[in-house]
Design a protein. Structure first.
Length: 402
């Protein structure tokens, strides 16, 4: 029979825990937990205890189980910062709701992110990538891959899809960076949330008499949702739609440059890019703080009893390196079987934008690697700054040359 864990009252490890010598690997304390105590207790920023689920199968079990709620308004929901707690108490988007409300709202967007719909975007995305690539390389031999390519590509694409003017990108990129940074002062995060909310509400209203073929406009025309609800969806898509893919692109290029054998394999086998993208998603698992839920009933997970009202973090990056599922999981191997990885989460909240993210990553890597056969770092690896403080892991800048 399951028992409450003896360490429950005094968690020894913090969340998030520091990474070790390898900046690509999950925190060593968590990787140790996978072996020693796969469902373990951690202390959040305010000292509150929370369960950390570290194994692959347990993660999928939790995320597929309706007894774990994503509703931030429920008592015991684990917030990863003071600002997140304040925002979570207010009106949020469907990523923080349970079914049936969650699926009612999510269903209004699924048609925009099907495989077929996404595949049809390929020429348009390739065109954006080609344009950015030309601007970055023409007459130059050095660039910051983040600012010049990895960030603008998904940002331009999500703006196009939503019907958000890209010329406002400095504003909304600044807001989303504040929102995703756990070290931002609370007032700054709340101000960013308010500014972004007001921006999207105003933009949504402006579509009323003036429709276009973006998602916001289509939601307006459906006539089922109030402005605030459309604005909240727009906010979710705008933030999720560019920070994630941008960081994945930059980290992927860096990871490949650090693994010349893997890079050579990819250069020699252009048809292997989709498989490479999956392995990079697994190996990097950039949603580094994991995904959060609260138990609404007592549930046993991995032999441990989690009680109703207790918070749970599914630590995606350790799950994706769990040796039981991915032998030699710490090794980047572009030819491995990556099926069932949880980089996009699992269950009803599994990433809505994953077909788009995959396509963007594929196009980004192909464009860069085919176009720059001599691509390399322009600074020593040790000088690259990793974004430890962000919900979504990444790098600030990636100086490259060719
Ligand atoms: C949800 C990861 C790109 C939109 C999620 C979740 C993860 C994730 C782990 C689950 C959160 C949870 O269960 O609480 C990623 C990664 C990406 C990426 C690693 C890129 C490499 C995108 C893009 C979009 C997007 C490009 C939009 C265009 C969403 C939305 C949800 C979501 C709307 C909420 C789904 C729901 O609650 O039903 N993503 N994402 N994501 N993602 Fe992504």
């Amino acid at each position: 029979p399951a028992t409450s864990h003896p360490a429950a009252a005094h968690p020894a490890t913090s969340h998030p825990a520091p990474r070790g010598a390898c900046p690509f690997a999950p925190p060593p304390a968590y990787q140790q937990a996978v072996r020693d105590e796969p469902v373990t207790r951690v202390a959040l920023w305010d000292g509150a205890p929370c369960w950390l689920v570290t194994r692959h199968q347990d993660t999928r079990d939790v995320l597929a189980d309706p007894r774990f709620s994503a509703d931030a308004a429920r008592p015991g929901f684990p917030f990863l910062s003071a600002a997140a707690r304040q925002i979570g108490a207010g009106k949020t988007s469907f990523i923080r709701m349970d079914d049936p409300e969650h699926s009612r709202l999510r269903r209004m967007l699924t048609g925009d992110f099907t495989l077929r719909k996404t595949a049809a975007l390929r020429p348009a995305i390739q065109q954006v990538a080609d344009r950015l690539f030309a601007a970055m390389t023409t007459g130059r031999t050095r660039a910051d891959l983040v600012a010049d390519f990895a960030l603008p590509l998904p940002s331009l694409v999500i703006c196009l899809l939503l019907g958000v003017p890209y010329e406002d990108h400095e504003f909304f990129q600044r807001c989303s960076r504040s929102l995703l940074n756990r070290d931002s002062p609370v007032e700054e995060v709340l101000a960013a949330q308010d500014a972004l909310t007001e921006y999207l509400d105003t933009l949504t209203d402006s579509k009323r008499g003036n429709p276009d073929d973006g998602i916001l406009s289509r939601l307006v025309e459906r006539g089922e949702l109030p402005t605030e609800e459309i604005g909240a969806m727009g906010r979710l898509l705008l933030i999720a739609g560019h920070e994630t893919t941008a960081n994945m692109t930059a980290l992927s290029v860096l990871a490949l440059l650090r693994h010349p054998d893997q890079l050579a394999h990819l250069r020699a086998h252009p048809e292997a890019t989709p498989a490479a993208v999956e392995e990079l998603l697994r190996w990097l698992s950039i949603v580094q703080t994991g995904v959060t839920r609260v138990a609404v009933e007592d549930v046993e997970v991995g032999g441990v009893l989690i009680r109703a009202g207790e918070g749970v973090i599914c630590q995606l990056n350790t799950a994706n390196r769990d040796e039981d599922r991915y032998p030699d999981g710490d090794t980047l191997d572009l030819t491995r079987d990556t099926r069932r990885h949880v980089a996009f989460g699992f269950g009803v909240h599994q990433c809505l934008g994953q077909p788009l993210a995959r396509l963007e990553l594929e196009i980004a890597l192909d464009t860069l690697l085919r176009g720059l056969p001599d691509l390399r770092l322009a600074v020593p690896f040790e000088e690259i700054r990793f974004r430890h403080e962000m919900t979504v892991y990444g790098i600030e800048t990636l100086p490259v040359t060719w």
